[in-house]
Design a protein around this ligand. Structure first.
Ligand SMILES: Nc1ncnc2c1ncn2[C@@H]1O[C@H](COP(=O)(O)OP(=O)(O)OP(=O)(O)O)[C@@H](O)[C@H]1O
Length: 336
């Protein structure tokens, strides 16, 4: 559905001169600074995929999306959307694409929401009957009715985002590029956008590439994630594989009903962190202790929780067990 092969994008910006007449001297300068925003990126996205495209600020996400949607021409490499070059054949491709840039609205600021939809439907050559049918469905899913006649500038951020997402769907595209569609939204508004995107993917089979800094969005919606860093893809795979690859420890905290003690070699006191090795060779670490609890860390790829608990049950009578997987935010922080 979407193919990117060896994508590069360089931006040339004039070096800004300092001192008197700096503006004019910059205008006539022959010195340029070259910024390689995207360096040799390749990937394939299949129909019906829901993919997270993440990376730190300035990593090259928006530049990639602009190349995929035909807004920017790659310096080298190629993009194909359903076999078509989006830059050369913009008109043919645009009818298949829906794009939302969360930081910018594509709606007309001073017009009522419904008027923007009429203009967009006209631009995309969507007939009146089809437009009304689609707006009816979108209104039901996104609750557009509550601000139908309100000028866009008077909408709350959550309403504006819902209105923008509906606008991107008016021509019923099969591929959606969502660049930060939940930015700045409260928990409830985020949830309604997430639910809608999920419905689009699972019930309507839309292919979605989602860019966001919100790791909950990614964890809840995407099976596959692509990580871009300094213009290069540093990871492309499932979230679970990424967790495994990064190998942050799982934490297990056991609260004991009464006294507890960790068997130590004679004459040795308890020093943290303490490595505990099982007779089978696998190990875990005791990292914290309290009057009635012991907290340990372990790599789940190397040792089973059940084996840790069996060992710990010999230290005292367990009253409660709490297990915590590494937060996805921490996994991503490590990748960045
Ligand atoms: N038109 C441009 N001219 C010059 N440099 C640019 C241009 N657009 C982007 N860049 C630079 O290219 C790099 C990648 O920018 P891009 O906007 O793609 O990053 P991003 O991953 O989307 O970042 P963010 O998460 O902050 O939105 C940045 O260093 C940026 O300053």
């Amino acid at each position: 559905m979407i193919e990117a092969r060896g994508l590069h994008k360089q931006f040339k910006t004039p070096v800004v001169k300092e001192g008197s007449f700096a503006g004019i001297r910059t205008l006539f300068t022959r010195e340029y600074r070259v910024k390689e925003a995207v360096k040799d990126i390749s990937f394939t996205i299949n129909q019906g995929d829901f993919i997270g495209y993440i990376g730190p600020n300035g990593a090259g996400k928006s530049t990639t999306i602009k190349m995929l949607t035909g807004i920017l021409h790659p310096s080298s490499g190629e993009v194909r959307i359903a076999g078509v070059d989006p830059h050369r054949h913009r008109r043919r491709v645009v009818s298949r694409l829906g794009v939302v840039f969360g930081q910018r609205s594509q709606l007309w600021w001073d017009l009522p929401v419904k008027d923007s939809y009429e203009i967009l439907a006209h631009m995309y050559k969507v007939g009146d009957k089809e437009r009304d049918l689609r707006l009816g469905q979108l209104s039901e899913l996104l609750g557009l009715g509550e601000f139908w006649t309100t000028p866009v500038r008077k909408l709350s951020l959550g309403q504006r985002m819902r209105a923008d997402i509906a606008a991107s769907m008016l021509h019923d595209p099969d591929v959606l590029f969502m660049d930060e569609p939940t930015i700045g939204l409260d928990v409830t508004a985020k949830r309604s956008i997430r639910d809608f995107l999920k419905t689009l993917n699972t019930e309507f089979g839309k292919t979605i590439l989602l860019t966001t800094h919100d790791m909950d969005d990614i964890e809840q919606l995407c099976e596959r994630v692509m990580v871009i860093n300094h213009g290069q893809l540093s990871y492309d795979g499932t979230i679970d594989e990424l967790r495994e690859k990064i190998g942050l420890p799982t934490t297990i905290r056991v609260t004991f009903a009464g006294a507890w003690s960790i068997p130590l070699p004679p004459g040795e006191g308890l020093q943290l962190p303490l490595e505990v090795r099982l007779p089978t060779g696998e190990a875990f670490r005791v990292v914290e202790t309290g009057p009635d609890y012991v907290r340990v860390e372990a790599n789940r790829q190397q040792i089973r929780a059940v084996d840790i608990l069996r060992e710990m049950s010999a230290w005292g009578e367990a009253a409660d067990i709490h297990t915590e997987e590494p937060a996805f935010e921490d996994v991503i922080h490590k990748v960045y």
